[in-house]
Design a protein around this ligand. Sequence first.
Ligand SMILES: C[S@@+](CC[C@H](N)C(=O)[O-])C[C@H]1O[C@@H](n2cnc3c(N)ncnc32)[C@H](O)[C@@H]1O
Length: 212
Amino acid sequence: MRMRRNPLAEQNLEQMPGVLPGSPDKLYGHWDEIFQRKAPLHIELGMGKGDFIIGMARMHPDINFIGVERVASVQVIAAQKNQTDPLPNLRFLSLDAAQLELFFRPGEVERIYLNFSDPWPKKRHAKRRLTYVEMLEVYKKILKPGGQIHFKTDGEAFFEFSLTQFREAGMSFGKISRDLHHSGFEGNVMTEYEKRFSEMGLPIFRCEVWNG
Ligand SMILES: C[S@@+](CC[C@H](N)C(=O)[O-])C[C@H]1O[C@@H](n2cnc3c(N)ncnc32)[C@H](O)[C@@H]1O
């Protein structure tokens, strides 16, 4: 996602409601204190402009949500949407997904959402995909046993590649849909990319993956 930088907004990012500092020592092992309650932890990796995680946090007040995004100028846009009436069960974290283990204890996360992750279509860039087996090994460590990954994409080749990676990581998967919006699935919250692609008439691919 190519974005025009907004240095002023980025400077103020950590003053915005729900935005966390990027330092692991203040966060690792402190999630119950940060949310001021014990509740299942769900994180979205590469949240973009935040529509999905904000919609989910509104719909599920009993879950603690964290939106992870590595590009600060994109994260600002998500945080701005949560300024007027900040949701108590939502936080934003500026972080590269490869560093998750610095922020979450083993088995601490109940669910990871991967929505329209960059497909990195060139074969030589496959390792950068958020569903590459090495990334899945990271997710497996922070996910609790039986924890899940919920994955959506518009890219058929990326979807099929990801299924091979889930298998290679020894993860079970199911609830596969190759046309989510015509599948009768209930409770779907759309992302910005999902709105754009479905308006173009493209099918959305989705599956659920289990840890262990
Ligand atoms: C194609 S956009 C999709 C945004 C949003 N999920 C949606 O569906 O509208 C992918 C997003 O993932 C972010 N991203 C890519 N790799 C990442 C990584 N390793 N860690 C955190 N965020 C990442 C990008 O900066 C970008 O905002």
